[in-house]
Design a protein around this ligand. Structure first.
Ligand code: NAD
Ligand code: TYD
Length: 338
């Protein structure tokens, strides 16, 4: 391989698969996709590029030190982008074990080999959820104190602290991104937007937690990929970059919009028991990445949602296969008698 090789972990998930497709299209890099293929990892997400000679998939677990070391021993890695994670808050409330193993120990394993081998750039894909919950005013800035509330966000915050400590102590070229809620194609249908689209398409109830007035700052996954590209190429080691869509919406507004796009009745909405410890509001101040790295939010929300709904309509077999498989068991546990 004469070109530079990037290692992407968790590339069979929602954001990772969109990012690999984006990078292969834009740059001549070779890309190794290292993924454990958990319930959320799906090889079908990259079916269109699996034959690209610059792309290689390796099934491995970032929680397993030997497996990670082997990949670094056998390849000359230029940069690493760590997407691999357990990513669903509700699952972390049910059982946090895998979150600790993957999000904390897994990140530690990567940092340790990066320290020993030396690479040019390491990007840790974190989340705005590490900052905790906002009241009606204000936004998360990069220096907002970490105050995670769920086992998921606590595991991501732990990983962030390890990354910053490794950068500070050992000088590894690490940067962190903290992005708000993503939407777009290939998102696993347990998350708000794809769950509501696929339920509505099947004329099933749309379960809205609590009063539906919790607020998230939604960004299209393509805008997130562009921001990661900027951080990968221009980010300064030791820095954190917030990424957001400047697009705050209540959950109920999102759910109604989906029903309206699909022409389905609002009577499908069912208010259900709230999520324990449910963060009320997230909002990202992304001035830093805009000013320092030239980030521009491109995707219009209404258009992005219409495109996303269309994608789920056109890719029915993709999500029907998921919804009829192992995911059913989780759905039963999560929503039955709620
Ligand atoms: P996802 O759940 O869709 O995908 C996660 C991927 O990681 C899957 O392919 C899974 O198989 C893989 N994986 C899990 N454990 C692994 C392990 N031990 N070793 C190797 N691979 C493993 O998640 P996503 O929504 O694409 O999120 C990707 C990253 O972005 C995560 O780190 C998440 O915390 C972060 N993030 C997500 C959002 C969002 O809205 N989805 C927002 C901000 C940040
Ligand atoms: P989610 O997509 O799980 O992302 P996160 O909790 O990481 O922000 O949920 C987004 C919002 O939607 C959150 O406030 C919880 C709410 N929600 C529901 O109301 N019903 C649901 O079935 C799900 C999955 C989420």
């Amino acid at each position: 391989m004469d070109k530079k090789t990037i290692l992407v972990t968790g590339g069979c998930g929602f954001i990772g698969s969109n990012f690999i497709r984006y990078m292969l299209k834009k740059y001549p890099y070779n890309i190794i996709n290292l993924d454990k293929l958990t319930y959320a990892g799906n090889l079908e997400n990259l079916k269109d590029i699996e034959k690209d000679e610059r792309y290689r998939f390796i099934k491995a677990d970032i929680g397993n030190k030997n497996e990670i070391d082997k990949v670094f021993e056998e390849n000359e890695i230029y940069g690493v982008i760590n997407f691999a994670a357990e990513s669903h808050v509700d699952r972390s409330i049910m059982d946090a074990d895998a979150f600790i193993k993957t999000n904390i120990n897994g990140t530690f394993n990567i940092l340790d080999i990066v320290k020993r081998k030396g690479i040019e750039v390491f990007v840790q894909i974190s989340t705005d959820e590490v900052y905790g919950s906002l009241g009606p005013e204000g936004k998360f800035k990069e220096d907002t104190p970490l105050s995670p509330n769920s086992p998921y966000s606590a595991s991501k915050a732990s990983a962030d602290l390890l990354v910053l400590a490794y950068q500070h102590t050992f000088g590894i070229p690490a940067v962190i991104t903290r992005c708000s809620n993503n939407y777009g194609p290939y998102q696993f249908p347990e998350k708000l937007i794809p769950l509501m689209i696929t339920n509505a398409l099947a004329d099933m109830e749309l379960p809205v937690y609590g009063d539906g007035l919790n607020i998230r700052d939604w960004i299209h996954v393509e805008d997130h990929c562009e921001a990661i590209d900027l951080v990968f190429h221009k980010g300064k080691p030791g820095n954190v970059y917030n990424i957001g869509g400047e697009n705050e919406r209540t959950n109920i507004e999102i759910v109604r919009l989906i029903l309206d796009i699909l022409g389905k009745p609002h009577s499908l909405i069912k208010f259900v028991k709230d999520r324990p410890g449910h963060d009320r509001r997230y909002a990202i101040d992304c001035t830093k990445i805009k000013k320092e790295l030239g980030f521009v939010i491109k995707k219009d929300f209404k258009k992005g949602m219409e495109d996303t709904v269309k994608w789920y309509i056109e890719n029915r077999t993709w999500w029907e296969r998921i919804k009829s498989g192992a995911y059913l068991e989780y759905y039963e546990k999560m929503y039955k008698n709620r």
